[in-house]
Every structure is written in structure tokens, then in C-alpha cells.
Ligand binder design. Structure first.
Ligand code: GRF
Length: 208
């Protein structure tokens, strides 16, 4: 059994998509064992509770220690629960190598654009869709990628496209991109659980 942890800081609609996929049998050899949040009031924690999944919150705001010490606590938690895969789903905190290194190529993130476009520092949430609209892109989408030390820079696992309409606002676009996120994230988890993702240098090779 591949034990999965999902990290979320907000609403957790991607977490919900991962839970629903699990309940629909998309990855029978994987199981979400933990939902972690750095925001104790995150709605994602409630979603975990609704599905009887263990949830843990450690407030990052006001945490009495360094970023590394914070990540060390999360690492201890994940190791104690023998977590094999971490899925970041709207987790807004930048991580340190303390957590990234032990989970290299075992930690995924979902980003609401077609990386490497519209990624990097400051490119999150509505900022991404605002930038896409401003740049008059014809196409955007979502990317699932492995987490490495560079922000949004790790090997791409899956992408899904979304056409940008001339009358799109960042909000209308965000809505359609989110729908694609909910399709590709569970699929990426399925591929991982089935051992179909290989990393070759800085590229991912998928076997279907
Ligand atoms: C998503 O757009 C995701 O791509 C980004 O943060 C958002 C989280 O949404 N990383 P939700 O909390 O899963 O609804």
C-alpha cells in the first residue's frame, strides 16, 4: 500500500478530487492516510474529517522556530506515519530542503498554469490567472510536477490544457483550470501508485 499525505492550506478542492478518486477505486493500492495543513482553519481539514482521514494542523503563523525546524516537525510526522507520497494541493508555504530532500520525487504539486510558463516566486493563486489574461495567452492549463528546490521547477508529470477565451477574466479562467486540475491530479497519483513514473535526469518518463 502506498501511503499518501495531502498538504493543503485552503479550500481543498484538489484534496476532495483525490479523496473522490480514491473512493471510486482509481488507485486501489494507494491510500490517503494524512491531511496536513499549516492553517488550522483551512476547510481542507474539515474535508478530511468528513471522510475519516486523519488530519493534523501546525500553524505556520507564529511558529516559534525557523522554517527548517517547522519542516523538521512535518518530516517527523510523515516518517512516523511511513508516508510514501506527499501531494501538495494548494499548500502555500515554501518548503526547505529539510522536507524536499527526503521526499525527492516522492512529492508532487499542482500548479494552475502550463509550467514552465507562469511559474516561480509570486506566481500562485489568482496572480497566475491575472498574468495569463494580461499576456493575452491563447492557452493555459494545469501542471502536476515533482517538487524540487526551485519553485515550480521540478520535472513535469502531467499537464492539461485550457483554451483562453477573449472575454475570459482571471476568475472565469480559474474556474475552468480548476476543473482540469481535478482531472489530472488523481491521474498523476494513479500513475505514481502503479509505479509508472520514472525520473530520467530532469525529465519524467511515463509508462501507461
Ligand atoms: C489550485 O489552483 C492549485 O493549483 C494551487 O492552489 C489552488 C488550490 O485550490 N496550487 P484548492 O484548495 O485545491 O481548491
Amino acid at each position: 500500500m502506498i501511503k499518501i499525505a495531502v498538504f493543503a492550506s485552503g479550500g481543498g478542492s484538489n484534496l476532495q478530487a483525490l479523496i473522490d478518486a480514491q473512493e471510486n477505486g482509481l488507485y486501489p493500492k494507494g491510500q490517503i492516510r494524512l491531511v496536513f495543513s499549516n492553517v488550522p482553519e483551512a476547510q481542507a481539514l474539515q474535508r478530511a474529517e468528513n471522510h475519516k482521514i486523519e488530519s493534523v494542523a501546525i500553524a505556520s503563523k507564529g511558529f516559534p522556530g525557523t522554517r527548517e525546524e517547522y519542516d523538521q516537525e512535518i518530516l517527523r510526522l510523515c516518517q512516523a506515519k511511513k508516508i510514501d507520497l506527499i501531494c501538495l494541493a494548494g499548500y502555500t508555504r515554501i518548503m526547505t530542503p529539510v522536507l524536499i530532500k527526503p521526499y525527492l520525487f516522492k512529492m508532487m504539486n499542482i500548479h494552475p498554469a502550463l509550467l514552465p510558463k507562469f511559474g516561480g516566486p509570486g506566481m500562485y493563486g489568482h496572480f497566475v490567472h491575472e498574468a495569463v489574461v494580461k499576456a493575452k495567452e491563447k492557452e493555459t492549463g494545469a501542471t502536476v510536477h515533482f517538487v524540487t528546490e526551485g519553485i515550480d521547477a521540478g520535472p513535469v508529470i502531467l499537464q492539461g490544457d485550457v483554451k483562453v477565451h477573449p472575454n475570459d477574466t482571471p476568475l472565469t479562467l480559474a474556474e475552468r483550470v480548476l476543473k482540469v486540475e481535478h482531472q489530472i491530479y488523481p491521474e498523476a497519483v494513479r500513475l505514481f501508485v502503479e509505479g509508472k513514473i520514472k525520473v530520467d535526469g530532469d525529465r519524467v518518463k511515463l509508462s501507461y
